[in-house]
Each structure stands twice: as C-alpha cells, then as structure tokens.
Write a protein that binds this ligand. Structure first.
Ligand code: PLP
Ligand code: ZN
Length: 472
C-alpha cells in the first residue's frame, strides 16, 4: 500500500535515538523503519507493520506501576489522559505534541444479569464506549493524530464504518488539521455521520461498501499531504493498546482468565494483544489472559479461517496462514463490524493464538439478545459490542470458559451511536435489512426475545399504576 517510500539515509541513522522502530510482521521479511517514516505497510514486501517499542520499566515493574497510579491523581493534561499517562510505553520522544480529549479512563462494571445469561458466576464489562466520541477509537486516534502532527501532515483521512470517522474528525479538529472521511453510503448510522459533520470533517459518501473505501484509502496514502489514520496505521494500535494497562490497574494487577472483544478490522484485538504482551515482557504480569474475538456471522472471515486451523501447526502464533478468504458482501446489523476483509487479521490472529483464545461467530439474534441483556444491567452499548456477551455465552456452553473463571468483555461503542436498532428491537420490528438497504433483499425478522416496547397509557395516575402492576 501507499507506493514506494524513498527513505532518506539520515532518517535511518537517527533510528537508534528513537523510542522504537516500525517493523514488518512478516517473519520472512522483518524489515525495520524509522518512526518518522510515513508508511502504513512494509514498502519492501507489502506486509503489515507494527511498532516495536524500546520498552524499559525504569526502576522496575513495581516503580512503574506506582508512577502510573500517582499520575491518576495528577492534573497535568498528560496524566489526565488515559493514554498519555502510560507514555513510557508509547513511541514518542519528549516533548510530545500530544493531542488529547482526555480519552481512556473508562469504567469497568460488573454485569450480574449478563453473567447469569452467559452461565458465569461473574462477568465484568469494560466500557470503551465511554470515551469522548463514544467509542474505543479515541485512544488510538489520540496517538495517530499526534503522529500526524509529528510528521507535518496537512490532512488526516480514514475509511470507516462510522466510529473511526467520528473520532478522527474530533481529534483532527482538536489539532487544527483538515480531515476527510470515506463512508460507505447508506451504511453508517445517523449518529456517527452527524458526529463527523459536526467536528468539521469533509464527509465523502462512497457508492460501495467499507472494503471499497479501504481500497481508496490505500491509493490516497501516496499523497504527501495526507496522513492515513485507519487501524492499519501502527500508531493507532499504540494508543489502543493502553486499554490493557488501564484494565490491569482496574483489576489490581490480577490477570483475568479471559478478555473478549468484537472483531471487525481487527485493530482492537491486535492492540489488546500487544498491550498484554508488552506487560508480560516487562514482567508486570506473569501470564497472558486468553484473548478471544467475536465476529458477526455475516461478516466473519477470520472466524471461518480459525475453524480450519490446525492449532498444533500454528505453534502459538509463530506460523500463520498466508491468506484469508474475504467475505465479499458482508451482512450484519452491527454496522461497526460489517467488514469482509479485515486489514489487521494477521496481527490479531497471532495475538489470539499466542494467548490460547478463540475466534468465533455469533448470529444476529444472539447479538440482539445479548445487547438487550447488557442493557438490563444498566449499560448501553452498540450492537457490535454485544457480540462479546453473545460470544462468551457460546464459549461457556462449549466449555472453553468455565463458570468460575474471571472474564472481561470489552464493550467498544456507546448505545446512542445506534438508537434506531434499539428501538426496533424493543418494538419487534428489527430485521436484517430493516431500514438499511434499498429493500431489494427480503428482510429476515429478528425476534425481540427481551422486548420492552413502549405502552400507550391514559393521562392519569390510576392508569399508570395499573400498567406498572401488570408489568411487575
Ligand atoms: C463499536 C465498534 N466495535 C467494534 C469495532 C471493531 O473493531 P476493529 O475494527 O478494531 O476490529 C468497531 C470498528 O469500527 C467499532 O466501531
Ligand atoms: Zn516486509
């Protein structure tokens, strides 16, 4: 992607002084590049890049934990941010021109009803939808837009199912950069589109699906004025990985047995895997949680590939398959994860295999019911996020997760990103194509198994009390 980058010799000479390198994850290539090189895939082989940080826990793991804990009480903007608080782990040299909306710092809730629904004694929900623009994307956008400032870009661009655009538009606005977002026309929720407009992005509605938008982004990345902030961009992953650090602090450094995330383009799963791996390398944790990824059945290329893998041959993620068959026309109401050709699939697969987790798919009905159950716990999330609870229920039933294990579901987006979906579920009008296509495909109804439709009630106290009694 992004053509061939001529790398100046002086940049390479500088590399030793930087806080890390960009490294091609293809084991046959393994090429490294300086942190300031504006590349998004390996110019030598086209492989995916990741940042290899020169990590040092100066003073030891305990000292670093204490420093992070102390920062949580500080009012320095770098410490208020739930990303920049962990700056030792980030590939930026001081002074950092950091761009922040005070992302991170998201709650970890107990979900007793969701736990029972899954067959677990306890289940905790890490709600990344409580970020400034309502999704987990903000942690990675904070670092990606900071990097755009570092390399002197004029315009930040991304392709998106909606949340990345909203986040990019907000952070670019914060940094005073122009932003442009490519959205598949008619396939983004009104709330997400409204956010991008309000934060001042140029919104390009593309006649095509998300994967078409991604192809265009790859072509645009050649332009020197442009900075591509899709999750293929390894600086996004760096910000997103900090959720692993925050989570471990919230768990008082007791490693959970399982962490479960939704899978779309696979940036989030990659980032969590990287975060935990780095903590392990610094001996801040003594084992990895099993990382599992859940996709929607109609957009599940990696779950399909996972089913066919002989796990002994992958050697804990050392040997990865070369290719993954994409899903040409992904279909799901969980628009955030309606992605047929996830760009970060190799990095995510490696992280899952290393940890001993699984990648599975869940149906539209399972997603919808899990979402309603999370709602009953008083927690509102997007349909895409609810794949986690649906997936955990399946993994418990299959014996991969035991009832007494310590399990965390990562909720990625806020409920108000897609209120139409919620309303249709509770009114019993949700269908796979409900209100979202040109109507050429017949709608497949989804049962509102935990339906809570509004009641028409006469305007008097007695009528209200009678209705309450009936619903008790
Ligand atoms: C709410 C939500 N959940 C999950 C995902 C999937 O994350 P990833 O693409 O990093 O796999 C997205 C991506 O857009 C999202 O917006
Ligand atoms: Zn390479």
């Amino acid at each position: 992607m992004m053509g061939k980058t001529a790398r100046a010799a002086d940049k390479s000479a500088d590399r030793g002084a930087e806080k890390g390198v960009q490294r091609c994850i293809d084991s046959a290539c393994g090429a490294t590049y300086g942190l300031r090189e504006r590349i998004y895939v390996c110019p030598r082989c086209g492989g995916t890049l990741e940042i290899d940080c020169h990590l040092v826990a100066s003073g030891g793991a305990t000292a670093l934990r204490k420093r992070w804990a102390a920062r949580a009480a500080s009012r320095d903007p770098r410490d208020v941010s739930g990303v920049w608080r962990y700056r030792e782990m980030l590939p930026f040299d001081e002074p950092i021109p950091f761009v922040t909306l005070f992302e991170g710092n998201t709650p970890l809730y107990h979900g007793p009803r969701s736990a029972r629904y899954c067959g677990l004694d306890d289940l905790r929900l890490k709600h990344q939808g409580c970020n400034p623009t309502g999704s987990f994307k903000d942690t990675g956008m904070s670092t990606a837009i900071t990097q755009a400032v570092v390399v002197g870009a004029r315009t930040a661009v991304c392709a998106s199912t909606g949340n990345t655009s909203a986040s990019l538009a907000a952070y670019a606005g914060r940094a005073g950069l122009q932003s442009a977002v490519l959205l598949p026309r008619g396939q983004t929720t009104a709330g997400k589109l409204a956010q991008s407009l309000d934060y001042g992005a140029l919104v390009c509605e593309i006649d095509g699906n998300f994967d078409d938008c991604m192809r265009l982004i790859q072509e645009l990345g050649d332009d020197p004025s442009i900075y591509v902030a899709n999750s293929i961009n390894p600086f996004r992953i760096e910000g997103q990985k900090t959720v692993a650090f925050e989570l471990m602090e919230q768990c008082l450094w007791q490693v959970p047995d399982h962490v479960v995330v939704p899978g779309g383009n696979m940036g989030n799963s990659t980032a969590l895997g990287k975060g935990f791996q780095e903590l392990l390398e610094l001996r801040m944790i003594d084992r990895l949680p099993k990382l599992s990824v859940i996709q929607a059945e109609g957009a599940a290329p990696l779950a399909r590939l996972f089913e066919t893998l002989d796990l002994r041959q992958t050697a804990g993620g050392e040997h990865l398959p070369e290719t993954m068959a994409p899903v040409k026309n992904p279909r799901t109401l969980a628009t955030a994860i309606k992605i047929g050709a996830p760009v970060s699939w190799k990095k995510a697969l490696r992280a899952v295999l290393r940890s001993g987790g699984k990648i599975i798919a869940v149906s539209e009905q399972e997603i919808a019911d899990a979402k309603a159950m999370i709602g009953r716990d008083g927690i509102g999330c997007e349909p895409g996020s609810a794949t986690t609870v649906a997936g955990i229920k399946k993994l418990v039933a299959a014996g991969h997760i035991r009832a007494d294990e310590n399990v965390i579901a990562v909720l990625t987006g806020h409920m108000l990103k897609d209120p139409d979906y919620v309303s249709q579920y509770h009114r019993g009008t949700l269908g796979l194509d409900s209100g979202r296509t040109d109507g050429s495909v017949p709608s497949r109804p989804i049962d509102g198994a935990f339906q809570n439709s509004p009641e028409r009630v006469a305007a008097n106290k007695a009528a209200i009390l009678a209705t309450l009694e009936r619903r008790r």
